[in-house]
Design a protein around this ligand. Structure first.
Ligand SMILES: Cc1ncc(COP(=O)(O)O)c(C=O)c1O
Length: 385
């Protein structure tokens, strides 16, 4: 089923347009607003997302920090949800269809990759670990001295709104802080730039395709090293991807699905969009260096504690890959992704290993629990408040 199918555009009595899903014979789960199709994630949309008057529900303190346009009926002229079916974005203070979310070519976010970003997923109509992603995003902005005008509460409201506008119940949701353009023409001083926030929600993204996840990824060990931590802090999620992309090009040339990079000393780091774990004799290890502190990585470490699996964060020399029983990858864009091959080594029976599969299953089960779930605020609920 195409994610575009079944979206009909209608108007309510006030003349605002809204969309409603016309997917045949939808199953409803326990949350009244969520449609379930047989395909998931990435194929489902909110059953309906009616549009009302001023559809934000925020406390008075958060309202105070919010620009005037966000507090008023700005939305009314931007209410045709069907135009958002490929995704919704927030850029330069406006919500626009994803195809219209553009940047000036002089923005340092483009010319210098001078951004920090974060990605949270929405699964089954709920953000997963949203507050942890916002924490990491705030920390990254502070480390890079990026200060867009929106505060945390406003950013959170914008993320909700992007997803609600898109109508997606499974979504890849990005928040990006860009250095922006210098206010003083020709200035080379970062402090002269007008920092700004971009956010968007698009259909679900997997860093490794689903069929490859099922079969077990074939993971290439890149010949180029990861950029040193002292040069680019890997705990700040950033757009410096040249080393990761070089590894990926090499992997694809060699017929592999994806790649992991080691540092210049030969210690395992991470890959393009994911952390890496090695399993040996029932023990799970993830690198202590060269890596983002992934939220999925943390979820796996938490799950290991719950399941009684020994887990540690420690140096992993690439020679350990010759001994590994299993290797798996972790990412918001896909969860726990088992490997079946690492370099030219076949792991186990060339299929996902038992601990990887156990953790993968436990990871998705975690999405059922209330602890880390934040339901996306439907537009009509926001309007009612
Ligand atoms: C370089 C890199 N490492 C690791 C990860 C995994 O982090 P998380 O689990 O928070 O998605 C990502 C996510 O995009 C990433 O870009």
């Amino acid at each position: 089923m195409s994610s575009r199918s079944g979206i009909a555009s209608l108007s309510n009595e006030a003349g605002y347009s809204f969309s409603t899903s016309a997917i045949a014979a939808p199953k409803r789960d326990r949350k009244a607003d969520v449609l379930l199709s047989s395909e998931s994630p990435g194929e489902r949309r909110w059953g309906h997302h009616f549009v009302g008057k001023v559809p934000l529900s925020l406390s008075s303190s958060s309202l105070a920090s919010m620009p005037q346009w966000l507090r008023t009926g700005f939305w009314r002229s931007h209410m045709s949800s069907s135009v958002y079916s490929d995704g919704a974005a927030y850029v330069r203070g406006q919500f626009v269809p994803i195809a219209e979310a553009t940047l000036p070519v002089t923005d340092w976010g483009f010319t210098r990759s001078d951004v920090v970003y974060d990605v949270v997923h929405v699964f089954d109509g709920c953000f997963f670990r949203l507050q942890d992603h916002l924490d990491r995003f705030e920390l990254a902005m502070a480390k890079r001295r990026l200060r867009p005008p929106e505060d945390r509460t406003t950013i959170e409201a914008i993320l909700h709104r992007c997803v609600a506008l898109s109508g997606l119940s499974d979504s890849y949701v990005a928040m990006v802080a860009s250095r922006g353009k210098p206010k003083v023409t020709g200035s080379r001083r970062p402090v002269d730039c007008e920092n700004h926030l971009i956010a968007y929600a698009v259909p679900w993204v997997d860093v490794v395709p689903k069929d490859v996840q099922e079969r077990g990824a074939h993971i290439w060990i890149a010949s180029n090293p990861r950029v040193p931590d002292a040069s680019v802090d890997p705990t700040v999620k950033n757009y410096q991807w040249n080393d990761l992309t070089s590894g990926l090009l090499e992997a694809h040339d060699a017929g592999f699905d994806t790649t992991v990079l080691c540092d210049a000393e030969g210690f395992l780091t991470e890959g393009p969009g994911f952390n890496v774990f090695v399993v040996k004799d029932g023990r799970v290890v993830t690198p202590d260096r060269g890596s983002l502190h992934g939220i999925t990585r943390q979820t796996v470490l938490d799950l290991c504690a719950e399941l009684g699996i020994e887990a540690l964060v420690a140096p992993i020399h690439r020679s350990m890959l010759d001994e590994a029983d299993e290797v798996f990858l972790t990412s918001t864009a896909g969860g726990v992704i088992p490997g079946a091959r690492i370099g030219h080594r076949i792991l186990g029976n060339d299929r996902p290993g038992p601990i990887s599969l156990r953790l993968k299953q436990a990871y998705w089960s975690k999405h059922e629990e209330s602890g880390h779930r934040t339901p996306v605020r439907p537009l009509e609920a926001e309007a009612a408040e």
